[in-house]
Ligand binder design. Structure first.
Ligand SMILES: [Zn+2]
Ligand SMILES: [Zn+2]
Length: 468
């Protein structure tokens, strides 16, 4: 039996990363992420696996983003009984990410069932509950970076830094065959070079096959160094006019990165020290995990934590879990910065902060992340005259500023550099985790600039991997 790779999810699209490596002696699942889309499609795609979970010998998890780990509870519900291997920080982050996901599933079905009841339709079950998410956490086994671990009889696993988010890893899977080994590097997702907090992405040696993400296959990010000046300007002019700054942000990584950035500006006295509020239990819990895993940051950040400088707590910063404390923020009139989820302004406490501040021209909304179409976040970026929040129309009078430098994904240049670094004995590159246009442009760039002919697999496609 040959060695093969099946692209079960996250191929030809960004979310739902799930890939299956089959060898003569083992079946290894690489990531088991949630597909994110419209409700019916979401339930249909996420409740079905194109393999029998019972037959999987091991699962390798690259990082704690929900489009990579979010369907592990379903996998276990459907019969998976082996272990999920990830870095120690990923395990700690998954604790909160999966529990929050279970909560979101339950809330969504509660809402659906309310409508179904009115229409006389049968009640539906959530994809998984918080209880089932908790059960899934017991399957996570931590493996540190750079430690070669025998995953099954014929496959070893070594994690390398991916520089994407805390704990994220490039997984090197080495399949031992009768001839020679096959070395497969899974760089999904891949981070950026020289970003604050994190170490740089590492390139494993002797890569035969590279599976790499393509989220920004056609885009170039703004330089993170320019963001410092831009942020300082925005914050200072908002303070001068006596306004508040509202920052919608993803709870994981983006929140901690923006807190770090603003804290640095205050420490260097480039902006006035005004109160910062990080509002939301998930973001607060995840920030605690960051503090507990300080040894995984880049040297400067790790040293700052050791010296008890707390790069995520400098200045007048308040972390808020309690809903009543959050409500009290609405009464704050002095200049301050509020950072809250959700990142695309679709739900969560950010909606209350927007509702209370969006009509005041003294205030500023800083957009630091990608906004998908049909989201409130996108309508804010487009600077519409009015936007609907909780069913009511509000005039968009606050200043809106887009800072495009904080992405945790490599851009086109970074992806090309990484593939170039893998070249040596490289046999094939597979481009996944991208929308069709990004995939196509990246494929063409790799062909032209690196003389590599990558393959863009379709969802469900299988390919054979050869030892020679
Ligand atoms: Zn990710
Ligand atoms: Zn991803």
């Amino acid at each position: 039996m040959a060695v093969s790779l099946k692209f079960c999810g996250g191929a030809g699209t960004v979310t739902g990363s799930t890939h299956l490596l089959s060898t003569p002696k083992s079946k290894i699942l690489i990531d088991c992420g949630l597909f994110q889309g419209k409700r019916d499609e979401y339930y249909k795609i996420n409740s079905y696996f194109s393999f029998n979970p019972h037959n999987i010998d091991a699962c390798v998890l690259s990082h704690a983003h929900i489009d990579h780990c979010g369907n592990i509870p379903t996998l276990i519900k459907k019969g998976f009984r082996s272990s999920v291997y990830c870095t120690p920080a990923t395990r700690d982050l998954c604790h909160y990410m999966l529990m929050d996901s279970g909560f979101v599933q339950e809330e969504d079905i509660k809402y659906v069932n309310k409508i179904n009841k009115r229409r006389g339709l049968p009640a539906r079950e959530p994809l998984y509950t918080q209880k089932e998410a908790k059960k899934a956490l017991k399957y996570l086994r931590p493996i540190d970076y750079h430690r070669e671990f025998p995953l099954t009889k014929d496959v070893t696993l070594t994690f390398y830094e991916s520089g994407h988010i805390l704990g994220a890893a490039v997984a090197m899977l080495e399949v031992k065959t009768r001839k020679k080994s096959i070395r497969i590097a899974y760089a999904v997702d891949l981070g950026r070079v020289d970003m604050p907090l994190l170490r740089n992405p590492e390139i494993p040696k002797d890569v035969d096959y590279l599976i790499i993400e393509s989220t920004y296959g056609k885009r170039l990010h703004d330089d993170i160094k320019d963001a410092e000046v831009k942020l300082a300007d925005i914050i200072t002019r908002t303070i001068k006019r006596g306004g508040k700054i509202i920052i919608p942000s993803f709870a994981l990584e983006r929140t901690q990165l923006i807190v770090f950035f603003i804290s640095e500006l205050m420490r260097k006295k480039k902006i006035k020290k005004i109160p910062i509020y990080v509002d939301g239990p998930l973001a607060v819990n995840l920030t605690e995990v960051f503090r507990d895993n300080a040894q995984y940051f880049d040297e400067a950040t790790a040293r700052a934590f050791l010296d008890k400088e707390d790069p995520l707590g400098y200045g007048n910063i308040t972390y808020i879990k309690d809903v009543n404390a959050s409500k009290k923020l609405h009464g704050v009139t002095k200049p301050s910065i509020i950072i809250s989820a959700s990142g695309m302004c679709e739900n969560g406490r950010i909606l209350h902060h927007l509702k209370n501040n969006i009509e005041n021209p003294r205030n500023t909304i800083i957009v630091i992340g990608f906004m998908a179409k049909d989201t409130l976040g996108k309508r804010i970026v487009e600077k519409r005259d009015t936007v609907r929040i909780f069913g009511q129309l509000y005039d968009l009078k606050a200043e809106v500023v887009l800072v495009n430098a904080f992405s945790s994904h490599a851009d086109k240049k970074g992806l090309l550099q990484y593939a170039q670094g893998c070249k040596g004995q490289l046999k094939k590159v597979f481009l996944v985790h991208g929308e069709p246009e990004q995939l196509e442009i990246l494929r063409e760039s790799m062909r032209r600039k690196l003389d590599i002919k990558p393959h863009v697999p379709k969802k469900g496609e299988s390919v054979y991997l050869k030892a020679d």
